[in-house]
Design a protein around this ligand. Sequence first.
Ligand SMILES: NC(=O)c1ccc[n+]([C@@H]2O[C@H](COP(=O)([O-])OP(=O)(O)OC[C@H]3O[C@@H](n4cnc5c(N)ncnc54)[C@H](O)[C@@H]3O)[C@@H](O)[C@H]2O)c1
Length: 252
Amino acid sequence: MKLKGHTAIITGAASGIGAQSAIRLAIEGADLVLIDLNSCSKTIDSIQAVRPEATVMECLGDIRDPEFVKAAVARASDSFGELHILVNNAGTCGRLGIDNTPLEIWDRDMDTNVKAAFLFMQAVVYPHMVEQNYGRIINISSISGLNGGVTSGDGANGRSGPAYAASKGAVIALTKWAAKELGVFDITCNSVAPGATETGITSGVPYDVSQQAIKRMGTTADIAEAVLYFALPESGYTTGQVLKVDGGYSFG
Ligand SMILES: NC(=O)c1ccc[n+]([C@@H]2O[C@H](COP(=O)([O-])OP(=O)(O)OC[C@H]3O[C@@H](n4cnc5c(N)ncnc54)[C@H](O)[C@@H]3O)[C@@H](O)[C@H]2O)c1
C-alpha cells in the first residue's frame, strides 16, 4: 500500500492500459480519478473487486477540450484535495500513410496524444503539484515515437501512422522538457513506451513478435507495472526517462 493517501488522475481509463494501470495503482492504495470518453464502469467494478475501500471518481468527456480538462481537474481537486499522480494515457492511432492520412486523423491523433497531455499537465502541475511540492507525471508514449512507427505483420496497412509516430515523439520531448522544469519541486515526469500490447488499439493487427527477444505481445499488466514504478514516491530520483516495455524489440 505504498500509494495510500495518494490521488491519481488517469486518462483513457475505460479500457486497455489505462484501465489496468488504474487497477494496479488502486491495489497499491491510490484513490482514482478515471477519465475517458466512454464509461469506466468495467474499470470501477474491477477496482472494487480488488480493493472495495478505494475511492473512485469517473469524469467522462473529451480530453481534447481545454474546458473539459480544467473542469475535470477542478472536480478532482474539490473532491480529493491534493493531486499526486497524473497518468496521461489516452491515445488514438491512425494507420494510413502520409499520402492518404486525412487532416482529421492527423489532428485527432496529435490532439489526443500530445495536446491533451499538455493540457492536463498545465491544469494539474500549476498550482496543485507545485504547491504540494510533490508530483509524479507518467506520459504513455510508444516505441513508435522512437523508431518512426512499428510495422505489423499486416505490412503498410498495420503500421502506426505518421501522426501517431510524430505525436508520440512529441510526448517524449514534452516529458523531458517538463522533467527539467519540475525537478526543483520534487515533481518527476517520465514516460512509458510500450511495444505491441494486446488492447483495442492493436485488435486485429497481426504483429510479428519473432523479432522480439521475448516472443509474445505485451499485456496491459506488463505496462501497468512500469506505470506503477514511476508513480511511487520511491522513484523520486528518476526523471525525464523513457522506459521501453516492448519484450526486447528495440535496444539502445
Ligand atoms: N496497445 C499498444 O500496443 C500500445 C503500444 C504503444 C503505446 N500505446 C499507448 O497506450 C495508450 C493506451 O492505449 P491502449 O492500447 O490501452 O488502447 P485503448 O483503445 O484500449 O485505450 C485508449 C482509451 O483512450 C480513450 N480515449 C481516446 N480518445 C479520447 C479522448 N479524446 N478523450 C477521452 N478519452 C479518449 C478511449 O476511449 C480508450 O478507453 C495510448 O496512448 C496508446 O497510444 C499502446
